[in-house]
Write a protein that binds this ligand. Structure first.
Ligand code: ADP
Length: 495
């Protein structure tokens, strides 16, 4: 069942490891693609600009050929032969000379058109012949029909071409000419495209390497969390002593230490619960055994014995009821945190003293009263203080003095009760604050052994502690509440 739930949980979505890896790969891929695309586009733009400059230079050269040595460029878009200095009399002659002298190199080609028809090709070995694409020739003729120089790009059966076309006419000649120069873009961009393909290959290899390394690193970093999950799922109520090994000093080790602390506290709480059950079972067994023993031996024909056994049984049942009340009170004070409100300590002291003074058989004296307001759960503090009062009355001889008071120091206020009873035997100071911890001072005096644990629980719920000063001449029990909240230590403050 658990395995099924685990399986379902695992199938629900991507693991953290996969998500980390996917994020790394997406970011790396975007970065590489961005860098590659930007470089490619910038380089391509630069090459295209260079090609345009070369094509324009061809037209400039053609113009120089036409105008003869020493002539200047007119700056006009149309190349015309100036009168007088012109060595050519017909457009045919001029175009032939231009095609013959302005020679294409590399991926370049050129063509001379007379009256819209291919007439002259360069006398060098070229791969691309513009005249082989009549559609392109027709397009160029149409484009320059307005007499302007045109730059254009065309995807033709000859390849991707960037071309320049300039009308060329010699004044007085009957024919019209066009000079065309073109560059095969595929050839010019081949090197860049090759570089980009290589870059793409390297980028893919880099992504694969990042993925591989990322997968192992993420796995390694998440290993403590995996271990944490495995260990915590192994820890059950019966097998709860295992702790997760803390390695390194990072967030994960902090988390591990926190979980270990939590497991410690859970362990302690469960041990306490089990201990309480054992104690209660043991404490309830005694009165039951006593009553049962008396009932078994009871001679029901003897009315006096029946009366005595009845009284004893009722007494034991009362004790059991008292015990159960104390257990309930202890459970309540241990689990609930104190509901603290600003409380006048002097009023509280006067209140508790008035209640104590009502108890018979002792002289009650109020020694001092602290004059301050403290955040307290006054009901609980009164309960704890009266428990100390009750113990003092219970364990010290009738007629003796019992002094109580509240004393304030710089850091804390103490609510205390001092008696002249037998005191606590040395070495038993801690034990009497444990559940059912009774010592010899209580010989012959009945009690549950839960009074002082309740006092201690109330002090702890206020972030305070219990105090005890004891000698054979008497005991002084106190509840110490700090003025500034502190972590409860659970210790008895005994000198
Ligand atoms: P109970 O009084 O029900 O036995 P407590 O937890 O109140 O349980 O007290 C635990 C033990 O501490 C008592 O049994 C008694 O032996 C001892 N004790 C408590 N208060 C005093 C006191 N004022 N003087 C002497 N012994 C005391």
């Amino acid at each position: 069942m658990t395995a099924e739930i685990d399986g379902a949980r695992r199938r629900r979505g991507w693991s953290v490891r996969s998500r980390i890896l996917a994020s790394i790969l997406v970011v790396a891929a975007l970065g590489l693609a961005g860098a590659g695309a930007t470089t490619f586009l910038v380089q391509r733009d630069r090459i295209l600009h260079q090609i345009d400059d070369r094509l324009r230079a061809h037209v400039e050269s053609a113009r120089s050929v036409l105008q003869g040595p020493g002539s200047k460029s007119t700056g006009s878009t149309t190349v015309r032969a100036g009168a007088g200095s012109v060595p050519f009399t017909t457009t045919d002659e001029a175009l032939e000379a231009v095609i013959a002298r302005v020679l294409p190199t590399g991926d370049e080609t050129s063509l001379g058109l007379i009256d819209g028809r291919p007439a002259y090709v360069p006398a060098v070995n070229i791969d691309c012949h513009i005249e082989d694409d009549p559609a392109l020739v027709a397009r160029i003729v149409a484009e320059v029909s307005d007499g302007s120089v045109r730059l254009g790009t065309v995807i033709s059966p000859l390849g991707n071409l960037r071309y320049i076309a300039a009308p060329l006419t010699v004044k007085g000649s009957a024919n019209s000419g066009i000079y065309v120069a073109a560059v095969d873009l595929d050839g010019e961009l081949a090197q860049l495209t090759g570089s980009f393909v290589t870059f793409a290959g390297v980028a893919l290899a880099a992504l694969a390497a990042i993925g591989l390394v990322g997968w192992f690193v993420a796995g390694r970093l998440l290993r403590p969390i995996r271990q944490l999950r495995m260990t915590t799922s192994r820890i059950t109520a019966s097998e709860r002593h295992e702790r997760i090994p803390v390695a390194g000093r990072d967030d994960v080790s902090d988390l591990t230490a926190t979980i270990n602390d939590m497991l410690d506290r859970l362990d302690l709480a469960m041990t306490g619960q089990r201990q309480l059950l054992d104690d209660v079972r043991h404490e309830l067994k005694t009165p039951i055994t006593i009553v049962r023993g008396h009932l078994e031996l009871l001679d029901d024909s003897n009315p006096a014995e029946v009366r005595a056994t009845r009284a004893l049984a009722l007494d034991e049942l009362d004790r059991m009821a008292g015990l159960i009340d104390d257990i309930e009170s202890l459970a309540e004070t241990s689990s609930a945190s104190a509901a603290r409100r600003p409380t006048d300590v002097a009023d509280l002291t006067a209140d508790v003293f008035a209640k104590a003074a009502g108890l018979p058989d002792h002289q009650w004296i109020l020694a001092e009263s602290a004059q301050r307001t403290l955040p307290l759960d006054s009901t609980r503090i009164t309960q704890a203080w009266l428990q100390l009062v009750d113990n003092a009355a219970k364990y010290s001889p009738a007629g003796t003095k019992i002094v109580l008071g509240s004393t304030e120091s710089l850091e804390s206020t103490e609510f205390w009760v001092a008696d002249t009873g037998p005191g606590i035997p040395p070495g038993s100071e801690e034990r009497i604050f444990e559940r059912f911890g009774r010592v010899d001072t209580g010989r012959g005096i009945r009690g549950s052994g839960l009074g002082l644990p309740i006092v201690k629980a109330i002090a702890l719920a206020h972030g305070g502690r219990v105090s005890l000063v004891s000698s054979p001449l008497g005991s002084r029990f106190g509840i110490v509440i700090p003025h500034v909240d502190t972590e409860p230590t659970g210790e008895v403050d005994a000198p």
